[in-house]
Design a protein around this ligand. Structure first.
Ligand SMILES: [Cu+2]
Length: 142
């Protein structure tokens, strides 16, 4: 048996073995664990922001915003929001109506820590009482 025939035989044996393996042997290596939906502590840093270069007087509406404007958690999570008012001239609130009933006023240059249990699923609007209709965000409890 020459070397070329020997090589062909080895290749044929290896291919036969690989072909006999179940597809799941390869698929298993690529499976990712599902995303966890177990209740956890979720921490967010929230800031007041504003539309740059916008003239509030000319527009007739506030240009204040929340950053981020969406907070997403899972039902059952304990949510901690560190809300920073980085402005030097006016207060802002973090207000979340029923069923959460949160209304935290934060004077200029200060911050507040808001902690609650996300025990109601759905989409809830949070807002600043002083800067509607623009300073709003969404709490998504999935
Ligand atoms: Cu505000």
């Amino acid at each position: 048996m020459n070397k070329l025939v020997m090589f062909d035989l080895v290749v044929a044996v290896v291919c036969t073995i690989l072909g006999a393996l179940p597809v799941s042997a390869f698929a298993q290596q690529q499976q990712q664990p599902p995303p966890s939906t177990a209740a956890t502590n979720k921490v967010f840093y929230l800031f007041n922001s504003h539309v740059p270069d916008a003239n509030e007087t000319k527009l007739g509406i506030p240009t204040d915003l929340f950053a981020p404007s969406t907070i997403t958690v899972n039902k059952g999570d304990t949510v901690t929001i560190h809300f920073f008012n980085i402005e030097t001239t006016e207060p802002h609130t973090f207000t979340l109506a029923a069923p959460y009933n949160i209304d935290t006023n934060v004077p200029q240059g200060q911050n507040a820590t808001i902690v609650f249990h996300a025990d109601h699923a759905g989409v809830f609007q949070y807002y600043c009482k002083y800067h509607l209709p623009t300073m709003i965000g969404q709490l998504v409890v999935q």
